[in-house]
Design a binder for this molecule. Structure first.
Ligand code: GLC
Length: 732
């Protein structure tokens, strides 16, 4: 590892062109375009480009070692390049989508799974991942809600820190680690209308109280990079936002890592009509403290000119270059430019049994049982003859949209998994429909595979005929993976029409339906859920999705997820999240003049924190250790939870507070603690969750971050609808 002095000497030995090259990330397309795959991309005029610092989304230990070799041959100062990638929820072993991971309420398990991801990626030559995405997401119309861990700030802070620790471990110079990037800074999830990249216009208080904590949790966990977001906040693009990047991120939070733009988000300040041209975009970005520009040439083309003409101080460039050199140094690249790339080792650990087992456990702990009438689940002899019907019986693309590397070529379908386990004759299968019907507004050519008008009626008829002959139908339906992810905002959040038609035609002949739901966002599911006997939400569960589904359907494992985001009754109910402000017309005070829609109930279809188990739990003896809390004190809520069913299971005991009167209006509930406990059948356990004054801090009327004296309600229960509370007074 180089010393600070040696890095300084290296910095001082660089020409201005060399320095600017250290701030430029090129796209894989550029490199692949040369056909040389030698890491030596071409300039737009075809000339070989030698001077850049990193490439993203190229994969494979052997390939990356070769690219590094070629790159260093062309690099006078032998500064290795960085290999970065979107390793969002898995490398080769893909985990459930992050929104599902949030439902696990198990940060420790997510941390372990992310350390597995880092081990695979590190052995395969990767240095940096563009994860975790920690944006608060309250709008299911937003396609990227799938990448978040949901609608709750507190839960997001825990997962942000756990994911950073999982990826980075204790020391980035160690094998099995990769540098993490907390993104998208900031408040990208606040896009109006759930339209990706759209305007974010939130108050300073909401920015600080609701949106920023999850980024700060990542910074406090030692994240190496921060990625700026595409959006404006109050009219200011994040990539050129000095207040956000210098005042808050660097000065207030003490972040001294690397800031990288999102793909072209320096350049897109021109589209925001804030930068008149790429030169302006370069100036705004470097002045805001952006270090690496991703995939556009504002720095490459204009920084030198800005320096030479005296518009930008070379000091800003030196500071940015130093941070990039420090990142490379921390990763050990100056000692070994290949870092831990090891093709043999990669073959051994990628997809190893331990990692697959962890991925399956997380898929089960992330799945949410939304309904289970007559305990129709788990399936057993009492289920009689069973048919699996729906496009997801024979679909292998179960990773969701953001799994850059593995489009799931090698994952079994549910039908394959069930036949492998129970034999070919145990169950009947029918696709019933494709994922999409032509009426669905997707003209993308590659989606044609997922539609088929010519066989549509025949498929339906075949499925209906089968449904008539069996006792139980398991319908495997859901969103197309294409419908969520980046640039996948939707105005309707129902399932594809053709699948709703299939469900209704099956329901017409067989009422004994279990729905297994595949989705990347909270969906409008009420009409189906009202008719089905059971609904098990398995999200996009990754490599081990169908193994986990088989385990859960047949009771080997029980699903133990609790919703990390509310399911609206309908799209018109959005925004609907549990920690809303009471308003001056709460529905409880006056139904007629309450803050509600008059044509639907106020509650969501399924609330935050909700989920069922294959057993039942009883809560009793809820107490507080005191009815007052002092500045240096703490208060412990204790509750007894009994497993009153006949099978051992997890229960996620949740603690919410309400700051009853404050200098600013506060939410009707806020999650401030939870414990996921394993309780044996018939056993009763006592669960303690402790609060301190720090947990109660708010941005008060003066925007000071304080805990105000006064009454606090404490709720402890199985989800955010818990009604019973106790009161304590914070004395200040
Ligand atoms: C994309 C995404 C960002 C991703 C980056 C690199 O536009 O917004 O999350 O990491 O570009 O692919």
């Amino acid at each position: 590892m180089k010393t600070k002095q040696e890095l300084l000497e290296l910095l001082n030995s660089l020409s201005l062109e060399d320095k600017i090259g250290q701030l430029q990330q090129v796209s894989p397309v550029t490199i692949e375009a040369t056909g040389l795959e030698t890491g030596v991309p071409t300039q737009n005029n075809g000339e070989i480009k030698k001077n850049f610092t990193s490439v993203l989304n190229l994969f494979g230990a052997e390939k990356l070692m070769k690219i590094q070799d070629e790159y260093l041959k062309n690099n006078e100062h032998k500064i290795p390049m960085l290999f970065m990638a979107d390793i969002i929820h898995g490398y080769r072993t893909i985990m459930p989508i992050p929104l599902a991971q949030g439902c696990s309420f198990n940060p420790a398990l997510v941390e372990k799974c992310n350390s597995n991801v880092a081990a695979e990626a590190s052995a395969d030559g990767m240095h940096v991942t563009f994860a975790p995405m920690v944006d608060l997401a309250r709008d299911p119309r937003w396609g990227r809600i799938l990448e978040s861990t949901g609608e709750d700030t507190y839960l997001n802070t825990l997962f942000s820190a756990a994911m950073v620790r999982g990826f980075q471990g204790e020391d980035l110079s160690k094998d099995g680690t990769i540098a993490a990037t907390v993104k998208h800074f900031a408040a990208y999830g606040g896009a109006e209308g759930g339209r990706d990249y759209n305007t974010v216009d939130i108050s300073e208080r909401s920015l600080r109280q609701d949106y920023l904590p999850s980024y700060k949790a990542g910074v406090d966990a030692g994240v190496a990079l921060i990625m700026t977001s595409f959006n404006v906040i109050g009219g200011v693009p994040s990539t050129g936002n000095k207040k956000l990047l210098r005042d808050i991120l660097r000065d207030e939070w003490g972040f001294n890592g690397t800031i990288i733009t999102d793909w072209g988000s320096a350049n897109t300040m021109i589209s925001h009509s804030v930068a008149a041209n790429q030169k302006e975009a370069a100036r705004l970005s470097i002045e805001a403290g952006v270090d690496i520009e991703m995939c556009t040439p504002c720095y490459d083309r204009h920084l030198k000119e800005l320096i030479d003409e005296g518009t930008v101080d070379i000091k800003l460039v030196d500071e940015s270059v130093m941070r990039v050199l420090e990142l490379k140094n921390k990763l050990g690249l100056f000692d070994n430019p290949y870092r831990f790339a090891n093709p043999e080792k990669a073959k051994q650990i990628i997809g190893c049994d331990e990692f697959l087992a962890d991925a399956k456990e997380l898929a089960c702990q992330s799945s949410v049982l939304l309904k289970n009438e007559d305990n129709i689940l788990p399936l057993s002899e009492k289920s009689g003859k069973i048919a699996f019907i729906g496009p997801y019986t024979c679909e292998k693309r179960l990773n969701g949209a953001w799994s850059v590397l593995d489009k799931n070529e090698n994952s079994p379908t549910l039908e394959q998994t069930l036949k492998k386990r129970f034999g070919d004759k145990a169950f009947k299968f029918a696709e019933g429909s494709k994922l999409l019907g032509v009426e669905q507004y997707y003209q993308a050519e590659f989606l044609k595979y997922d539609m088929c008008e010519d066989t549509r009626e025949a498929k339906m008829k075949e499925a209906v005929k089968l449904a008539k002959k069996v006792d139980t139908v398991v319908m495997c339906i859901g969103e197309h993976y294409f419908e969520s992810g980046e640039a996948r905002g939707k105005a309707h959040i129902t399932l594809p029409d053709v699948q709703i038609e299939l469900f209704n035609r099956i329901y017409a002949v067989n009422k004994n339906i279990v729905v297994v739901l595949f989705n990347g966002r909270p969906v409008e599911i009420k009409n189906i859920a009202d008719k089905a006997k059971a609904v098990l939400d398995v999200w996009f569960g990754g490599t081990m999705a169908t193994e986990a589904i088989a385990d859960m359907l047949f009771g080997i494992t029980a699903p133990s997820g609790r919703l990390s985001a509310s399911f609206p009754l309908c799209v018109g109910q959005i925004p609907v999240y549990y920690n809303y402000l009471p308003t001056d017309h709460p529905v409880e005070n006056s139904f007629e003049f309450g803050s509600r829609h008059i044509d639907i109930p106020s509650e969501p279809c399924y609330p935050f924190g909700y989920g069922l188990s294959y057993t039942t739990f009883e809560y009793s003896d809820f107490t507080l250790s005191s009815d007052t809390l002092t500045k240096d004190g703490s208060i412990t809520a204790t509750v007894k939870v009994k497993n009153t069913g006949n099978r051992d299971s997890f229960e996620t005991v949740q603690l919410y507070i309400r700051d009853r009167f404050a200098s600013v209006s506060r939410p009707v509930k806020e999650l401030k603690g939870f414990k996921k406990v394993w309780i044996k059948a018939g056993e009763e356990v006592s669960v303690d969750i402790t609060l301190t004054p720090d947990d109660l801090r708010i941005y008060d009327i003066n925007m000071d971050y304080v805990t105000e004296p006064g009454d606090f309600y404490v709720f402890v229960g199985k989800d955010s609808t818990v009604k019973e509370y106790k009161v304590f007074k914070y004395l200040g």
